[in-house]
Design a protein around this ligand. Structure first.
Ligand SMILES: [Mg+2]
Ligand SMILES: [Zn+2]
Length: 175
């Protein structure tokens, strides 16, 4: 039986975004990083159900010189210590780098699926922006969008208002 995964966006799903003038930004310091309410319970339940939990995150602030790798890694150490995450895949590039990993390209999903032996079609992408939904759709996952003021025009397979609703979708689709 092949393994299935939940591919998770980081900012806006795992940790809260920092809103400035209606736009979401990533925390640039460990001390600014706050986990999303309820995320631990949701991930523990998915883990119990046998899903591999993989964070796939664009972090162009690395390429832009706005955060250093050691600070980013300390945020990821916090995430790993608090949540049952199996892997964290980072795209540190910006648009001009034209890499294969920056979402909405599906590179991080495709590569981590190969690494972990994951059946992408049986897996889910959970995120909060059009870039996440684009990557998930191109990779061939079922996409789940966490509703936010900045994503009202974004299309996805499912739109949820609250993180815990992801369980209803994922577990219903399974049975
Ligand atoms: Mg996000
Ligand atoms: Zn990249």
């Amino acid at each position: 039986m092949s393994k299935r995964a939940i591919f998770l966006d980081r900012d806006g799903v795992i940790n809260r975004v920092i809103m400035k003038e209606g736009k979401p930004y990533s925390p640039r310091k460990l001390s600014d990083c706050r986990l999303t309410d309820g995320i631990n319970d949701v991930l523990l339940r998915l883990k119990e159900d046998g899903f591999i939990l993989i964070v796939v995150t664009n972090q162009p602030d690395i390429s832009r010189g706005l955060i250093r790798w050691d600070e980013l890694n300390s945020i990821h150490d916090l995430i790993r210590s608090e949540l049952p995450i199996d892997d964290i895949i980072v795209c540190p590039h910006d648009n001009d780098d034209n890499c294969a990993c920056r979402k909405p390209k599906p590179g991080m999903i495709v590569e981590s699926a190969r690494k972990w032996g994951i059946d992408i079609a049986g897996s889910f992408l959970f995120g909060d922006t059009w870039k996440d939904m684009g990557a998930g759709e191109k990779a061939g996952c079922t996409t789940i969008l966490l509703d936010a003021p900045y994503n009202q025009d974004v299309k996805s397979n499912h739109r949820i208002k609250n993180i815990s609703e992801a369980l209803e979708i994922i577990i219903k689709k399974e049975s």
